[in-house]
Design a protein around this ligand. Structure first.
Ligand code: SGN
Ligand code: CA
Length: 539
């Protein structure tokens, strides 16, 4: 018999495919389900901390997989984090340093590589790039930040569509429909399931606002922080619950009630934010909402004239938590439905499931909301990974892993060689319990200033013991925190003589990291120049 070479290859492929269909999770290329919420603080996942909320479905991933207790981001803001995840490169190399510049789509991303090497790929939910994702067989994404109620979606095949309902439920439905109707059994899949919630302005669905409006929550010990003991950066940031949060947009006090009470807008988009969110509901949705929110508003109208600043701060914290946590409850429901689908369809065994956020978030710590800082709550991000047969169920890992590591991890899992200019480290050895030789210090760099929340530009190094940061641009200040002694980062010990050697050592290590990752003062300057012509507050 005279077999042509091409025929042999085809036969080979059939044999490989044949082997795959016997469903051996040890040898088959795994599916990847990447679940990411937007602004989901680890403090609001009960596997990390059960004081605020119970998240049974997300917690399943910790019980059945691995919880990273020291996972962090390289630049604590939305679109830049997503660019780091997809490109496997720090912001200064992938070019997406802030939410304002568009993503450079000539970058090679890991989904493009997985697609090229035989994965079926799909993305649903929030991307926030200003352009569409490359490397996806299917996508339906929210334009920009997206909406909680009756959201629009940019789709691959149907143009822009508007769907009535609640965004987290819709994104979950899209994800499940794709698994059920579009997924092919011939290929492994990469499925990116990306929630908009719990991003500001925190609008929960009816089932959860009804429940969460009745609850009250423990306050963080630093709610009344006055920022003494730290530098100008913390003092000048505009993310305090009492002084910078919007009354209408965030606390859901309607503009006309603000008028009646003589409360002025804290930001110029406050009324607009309310009208674009609550104002977007259908009549029926609005009637349901009013039933629960109106009594809160009436009560506030009665009490406001006699409330002290301290009482107002406490009230705003509770109001914030009710909406923020109510939004998370719906994300947790969605995760439960998707995990159940994997179980019911024999997919759990050979699927890597990741749950993470694009960064951390302040839930009243230091009196704050939002993120951006290298300080703990915004720098740290939740990360849970389940991969049966590879990860032992119920383990914790405290290595300093970063969102920079996903691309190389997924490529290695798929047997694809990562491009040599990717800058992360594969997490697969950590999945297997091998922590030897993994990095012990991470590099961080935040750029978006001046902008909303006014968090100054800074870069720094973080080890398990210390955090050293340099704030620059219209300031030149260094800060050092002793992470083991000062858990809440209340005291900058940079000038404390007891830390002279620590500062010296960390500065050297930081300079080495800047070189290793190809960052430099010249690049800092270039990004400052490029930013100068941009309008602030562009969303
Ligand atoms: C909006 C928010 C800010 C938030 C940025 C970036 N204001 O501007 O509070 O920091 O997005 O968030 S809002 O009232 O319009 O929600 S990010 O997650 O996209 O980086
Ligand atoms: Ca975000």
């Amino acid at each position: 018999m005279n077999l042509h070479f091409g025929t042999l290859i085809i036969l080979g492929l059939i044999i490989i495919n044949g082997c795959q269909s016997i469903n051996d999770p040890e040898t088959e290329r795994p599916n990847i389900l990447f679940i990411m919420a937007d602004d989901h603080a680890y403090q609001a996942i009960s596997a990390y901390d059960d004081r605020l909320i119970h998240t049974p479905n997300i917690d399943r991933l910790a019980k059945e997989g691995l919880l990273f207790s020291n996972a962090c981001v390289t630049n604590s803001i939305c679109a830049p984090s997503r660019a780091v995840i997809l490109s496997g490169k720090h912001s200064h190399l992938n070019g997406k340093i802030d939410n304002i510049f568009p993503f450079d789509t000539t970058q090679i991303t890991f989904p493009q590589l997985l697609q090229e090497y035989g994965y079926q790929t799909a993305m649903f939910g929030k991307l926030h790039f200003g352009n569409n994702p490359k490397g996806f067989d299917q996508f339906k994404i929210l334009p920009g930040q997206g909406n909680y109620y009756n959201p629009d979606f940019i789709t691959k095949d149907e143009g822009t569509i508007k769907i009535e309902g609640y965004t987290s439920d819709i994104i979950t439905d899209m994800t499940l429909d794709w698994l059920d109707q579009e997924r092919t059994e011939e290929k492994p899949f990469l499925l990116m399931y990306l929630h908009k919630a719990p991003h500001r302005e925190w609008l929960p669905p009816k089932r959860h606002y009804t429940e969460f409006m009745k609850k009250s929550f423990p306050e963080p010990s630093t709610l009344f922080d006055n920022y003494e003991g730290r530098g100008r950066a913390a003092k000048e940031a505009e993310m305090n619950l009492l002084t910078h949060m919007n009354w209408a947009g965030d606390s859901k006090i309607p503009p006309e009630v603000m008028g009646e009470l003589g409360i002025s807008e804290t930001a110029i988009w406050d009324h607009r934010a309310y009208n674009n969110t609550v104002g977007r509901m259908t009549e029926e949705q609005r009637a349901d909402w009013d039933k629960i929110y109106n009594p809160m508003i009436e009560e506030f109208k009665k009490n406001y004239p006699n409330m002290s600043q301290e009482e107002l701060m406490k009230w705003r914290y509770q109001r914030y938590m009710q909406d923020y946590l109510g939004s998370i409850a719906a994300v947790d429901d969605g995760v439960g439905r998707v995990l159940d689908y994997l179980d019911d369809n024999d997919l759990s065994d050979n699927t890597i499931v990741v749950y993470t956020s694009d960064q951390g978030f302040y839930l009243g710590e230091h009196g704050w909301f939002d993120k951006r800082f290298i300080y703990n709550e915004s720098f740290k991000t939740p990360l849970l990974v389940r991969w049966p047969h590879v990860i032992t169920a119920g383990i914790t890992n405290s290595k300093m892993v970063q969102n920079l590591d996903f691309a190389q991890t997924f490529l290695e899992a798929a047997g694809v060689t990562a491009p040599s200019d990717m800058q992360g480290e594969s997490l697969i050895p950590l999945f297997k319990g091998d922590t030897e030789g993994f990095r012990d210090a991470v590099y961080y760099h935040y750029y978006e200033y001046p902008s909303v929340h006014m968090v100054k530009r800074h870069y720094g190094i973080v080890t398990e013991d210390y955090k050293l940061a340099h704030f620059y641009y219209d300031i030149d200040e260094w800060e050092l925190y002793d992470r083991k002694k000062d858990l809440h980062e209340m005291s900058n010990v940079y000038d404390d003589p007891a830390y002279i050697d620590v500062v010296k050592g960390l500065k050297k290590q930081l300079a080495e990291l800047r070189v290793k990752y190809k960052d430099s003062p010249e690049l800092d300057q270039q990004f400052i120049e490029k930013y100068k012509d941009l309008k602030r507050w562009d969303k």
